[in-house]
Design a protein around this ligand. Structure first.
Ligand code: AVI
Length: 322
């Protein structure tokens, strides 16, 4: 892995500014959740993952060894050896280690992530642990189409953590369709998807007692102030997260605690007291609904594993085109 490789694909233009202005001009106001993940935001997210209240992370982590083992047996029975794992939104790469230990014939790993610093650091760590692995870091917004160089390897997409839940259903279908094109025919996908469950468990996961999720949410405003010269007063906004049962999703907002105005790049935005900026959705799927969604995007479900108490699911999908 080399830093120049990652730099070469760094996004250009000021897309961040354009997206922020567009989101704050809209009614209701919103900001895209992908901007949570600068290096500070990625660290907050790692902290969230260490909280007991945030069940998706440790539940998936505990289910993965069994999933990896069973997938290894399946692939072995099919004579599949020349494998490459492609992780979308590579995060801390802790989970992929479990897969690498189970799927011992993997020699190539492509890590795709929007945060360059975080990606490089994570790849360096992985490199030191898996000497025989060739790592290809790729700074990219995984919600956009991506073409990888042609290869005779069987590509296995890896999309853990229910990050797909941060996309609405149309975006999720588009992501899966694009991922199929990126990975190619005869590819597979291992995907972690959070399930619908009693509201108190969900509520706790997004309103943790230590306030880490609140800091993670507010970091969006810190970034806008620092990188775009905005003048948000942080104390004037509060973290607000709740389960919208009708739409089957957690919604995160930043709620204005008073009537106020904020300036960004010479533009003034007015906030009424109680008005909110919608920063994230986190959809929770019933297994049948996710299987159907994947099918509509060209993926058949080979197997779906459920964690105890159906707290989380991991699916093995096979690409069959559309
Ligand atoms: C990355 N993503 C799946 C997390 C989620 O649960 O939707 C992001 C997150 N937001 C608040 N806490 C964690």
């Amino acid at each position: 892995m080399n830093e120049a490789q990652a730099l070469a694909i760094k996004p250009t233009g000021n897309e961040f500014l354009d997206d922020v202005l567009e989101g704050l001009r809209a009614a209701p106001k919103s900001l895209p959740p992908k901007y949570f993940y600068d290096s500070v935001g990625s660290q907050y997210f790692d902290e969230i993952c260490n909280l007991t209240d945030y069940y998706p992370y440790h539940t998936e982590l505990e289910l993965l060894p069994q999933v990896g083992h069973e997938i290894a047996q399946r692939f072995h029975a099919r004579g599949l050896q020349n494998l490459e794992i492609v992780e979308f939104g590579a995060g801390s790469l802790r989970k992929v280690g479990i897969l690498l230990r189970a799927l011992r014939t993997v020699r190539h790993f492509t890590a795709i992530d929007i945060s360059q610093e975080h990606l490089i650091e994570a790849c360096r760590t992985l490199e030191s642990q898996y000497r025989e692995l060739t790592i290809h870091p790729c700074v990219h917004d995984f919600t956009k189409p991506l073409k990888l160089s042609p290869s005779d390897r069987t590509r296995v997409g890896f999309f853990p953590g229910s990050t797909i839940g941060n996309l609405d259903r149309d975006q999720a279908r588009t992501f899966l369709r694009n991922a199929g094109k990126t990975l190619g025919s005869a590819s597979y996908m291992i995907i972690g998807v959070d399930t619908q469950k009693p509201e108190p468990i969900l509520h706790r996961a997004y309103n943790d007692g230590k306030g880490v999720t609140a800091r993670f949410n507010k970091n969006m405003l810190v970034r806008i102030n620092r990188e775009l010269g905005g003048d948000f007063t942080l104390e004037n906004f509060a973290h607000h997260a709740f389960y919208n049962s009708e739409l089957g999703r957690i919604e995160m907002h930043l709620r204005s605690l008073k009537e106020q105005a904020v300036n960004i790049d010479g533009e003034r935005f007015h906030f009424g007291r109680g008005e909110s900026i919608h920063t994230e959705n986190s959809y929770k799927y019933r297994p049948v609904d996710f299987t159907q969604l994947a099918k509509e995007a060209g993926w058949s479900t080979e197997r779906l594993w459920l964690a105890p108490e159906d707290l989380f699911s991991i699916s093995l999908l096979k690409y069959c085109g559309e």
